[in-house]
Write a protein that binds this ligand. Structure first.
Ligand SMILES: Nc1ncnc2c1ncn2[C@@H]1O[C@H](COP(=O)(O)OP(=O)(O)O)[C@@H](O)[C@H]1O
Ligand SMILES: [Mg+2]
Length: 334
């Protein structure tokens, strides 16, 4: 499959010490200047093919949103490559990025936060169309708004309403409509159903999958548990403390979850195979603080099988099957 997006060794951190005074530390009889970083994304690599859904999963705080926003160039990447159709867009400036800003759209967990409460739905959806000049004039925009509303299961009466007049599920439909308005190729959906009731979740997922078929869209689909990505992903990445610890085809991972962290995530999914359930271990504690990264394996503090080598060496992603890679010292490579 031809690659639409390739992310290579992506790094993102946030500087926590913006004041000079906070940086000055007195150690061993000397004043030194120190920086404190939150290491949110620590060398993440994956690729997404045309029409493919790549599910990115991991607990809250593991760096999923930061990865997403860095790919969308909402944050400047600190290091690494973001190749879109082979072109590295990681260092592009405003003008060079404009066409990619149209092709790559984001959908957020809470669309309400990004909707202007004083704008009617028709204006919310037509604004990006006019900005990116996908329509010639207001009249064409109005027609296109109605077409798009229908695609996401809203109707023409909704066009004159304001964001507060919609339910949570309807607002997510608006978020999808706005992304769709500019004719994107690639959609980054950051936990788009996490805040919704289960029955509404299914409706939104169905819309996203119907749109994929109709427009050959590709998705980076982010979720904090495996049950959501199970049905819609072609491939998966499991993230922990800013690292991808397991990745590959969905079936490989679901049939043979190999990283102890992935197995622990499976333990949290209620409806799974018997076989997986018996090998899964319940996960205790939380993702460690990304300010002080451990040397060695990122999962050492919570791993039930931790050994000496796990404290000393960082395990690389090793191939264990045709499309299955795991970063764990205890898993043999193929
Ligand atoms: N703007 C920011 N400034 C400082 N730290 C941040 C910022 N955004 C995220 N972080 C930190 O980066 C880490 C990863 O966060 P995030 O990408 O939001 O994780 P996730 O989406 O998986 O829940 C967390 O420790 C979070 O506190
Ligand atoms: Mg997030």
């Amino acid at each position: 499959m031809k690659k639409l997006l390739e992310v290579k060794d992506l790094v993102q951190w946030f500087d926590l010490t913006t004041d000079l005074i906070d940086r000055i530390k007195f150690r061993a009889g000397k004043f030194t200047l120190e920086k404190k970083h939150v290491n949110a994304v620590n060398g993440v690599s994956f690729s997404i093919g045309k029409g493919e859904v790549f599910g990115l999963v991991g607990e809250s705080g593991c760096g999923k949103s930061t990865t997403a926003k860095t790919i969308a160039r909402i944050f400047e990447p600190k290091a690494g490559e973001i190749r879109y159709r082979g072109e590295d867009i990681s260092k592009y400036g405003y003008r060079e990025l404009l066409p990619f800003r149209r092709k790559i759209q984001m959908i957020f967990q809470d669309p309400y936060a990004s909707l202007n409460p004083r704008q009617k739905l028709a204006d919310i959806i037509s604004e990006p169309m006019l900005f990116h000049q996908v329509v010639q004039d207001q009249k064409e925009a109005e027609q296109r708004v109605l077409d798009i509303l229908e695609k996401v299961g809203l109707n023409r009466e909704h066009a004159t309403r304001y964001p507060h007049q919609f339910s949570g599920g309807q607002r997510q439909r608006i978020g999808i409509a706005r992304a769709l308005a500019v004719g994107p190729e690639f959609i980054i959906a950051d936990e788009p159903v996490s805040a919704l009731d289960v029955s509404i979740q299914a409706q939104i997922l169905n819309i996203l999958m119907d749109l994929r078929d109709e427009f050959q869209l590709s998705y980076l689909f982010i979720a904090h548990d495996l049950s959501v990505v199970k049905h819609i992903s072609d491939r998966l990445g499991v993230m922990y403390l800013g690292y991808i610890v397991e990745t590959g085809g969905k079936d490989y991972i679901f049939q043979n979850p190999s990283h102890p962290y992935t197995r622990a995530l499976f333990a949290a999914v209620p409806t799974i195979d018997e076989e997986v359930a018996t090998t899964a271990t319940e996960l205790k504690g939380q993702v460690p603080n990304p300010i002080d990264l451990p040397s060695g394996c990122c999962f050492q503090a919570r791993c039930p099988d931790v050994r000496g080598v796990c404290y000393q060496e960082k395990p690389p992603l090793k191939k264990i099957d045709h499309d299955h890679y795991v970063a764990c010292h205890l898993v043999a490579s193929k």
